[in-house]
Design a protein around this ligand. Structure first.
Ligand code: DC
Length: 211
């Protein structure tokens, strides 16, 4: 049985949390596609000594391994910026396409979260969600997460990081971040995690019973 749940949205809106919960509830496999771009961005920064070179980033994306996805340090703000930059390169996105499509079509169901899942990777997904939250709520959430690992983190820096990434991710030419026309919008600004997850699970249940 194939069943695809596509979850898109900007950073720190809660899509990862919702994706993990839906995957656990239905026993589906989960792929955080942001991690692919983070892994490419982190390696490209290292190889380019802090500068991203398109050819190097493309080569890295073409040779990405599972091990690259489990390396330490992929969750920092610096790597997030690098991820957003390499994600704007068409050749990098092209190199990561087949892996994501194959993951989505695996037997037993799959949940993928990212920026272009419902629009480009899996336009045929049975369920599409677009998870958002206000800029302030997202900045505060990401600030709390990052501060736990790095106490000197500043809220203002986090706010700027998210804003820069949102603009870059939404305005690039290839696979820009946007809500698919047929997606259910889930604004988590004033929703608890449990309530957001419950809404997502209810929608998946409805579609799953029909499938
Ligand atoms: O979801 P995240 O914050 O870990 O993603 C990091 C960056 O990767 C994000 O700023 C844009 C890019 N990305 C993308 O372009 N397409 C995806 N499907 C997932 C992430």
């Amino acid at each position: 049985m194939q069943f695809i749940v596509a979850i898109d949205g900007p950073a720190a809106a809660g899509k990862g949390t919702v994706a993990r919960a839906v995957a656990a509830e239905f026993g589906f496999a989960h792929l955080d596609t942001g991690l692919l771009y983070r892994a490419v961005g982190a390696k490209a920064m290292m190889r380019g000594r802090g500068v991203i070179v398109a050819e190097i980033a493309t080569e890295i994306a073409q040779g990405l391994t599972e091990d690259d996805l489990t390396r330490e340090g992929l969750r920092t703000a610096r790597v997030a910026q690098a991820a957003s930059k390499v994600a704007a390169l068409p050749a990098v996105r092209a190199a990561l396409l087949d892996f994501q499509k194959a993951f989505a079509k695996r037997e037993g169901g799959a949940v993928l979260d990212g920026r272009d899942i419902g629009t480009v990777i899996c336009p045929e997904a049975e369920v599409k969600l677009y998870v958002t939250a206000s800029d302030e709520v997202r900045a505060e959430r990401r600030y709390q997460e990052l501060k736990a690992k790095k106490p000197e983190t500043k809220l203002e820096t986090v706010r700027i990081d998210l804003q820069q990434r949102d603009i870059r991710d939404a305005s690039r030419d290839v696979a820009p971040m946007r809500a698919p026309d047929d997606a259910l919008l889930l604004d988590t600004s004033e929703l608890s995690i449990d309530a957001a997850v419950a809404e997502a699970v209810a929608l998946v249940t409805k579609r799953f019973e029909k499938a």
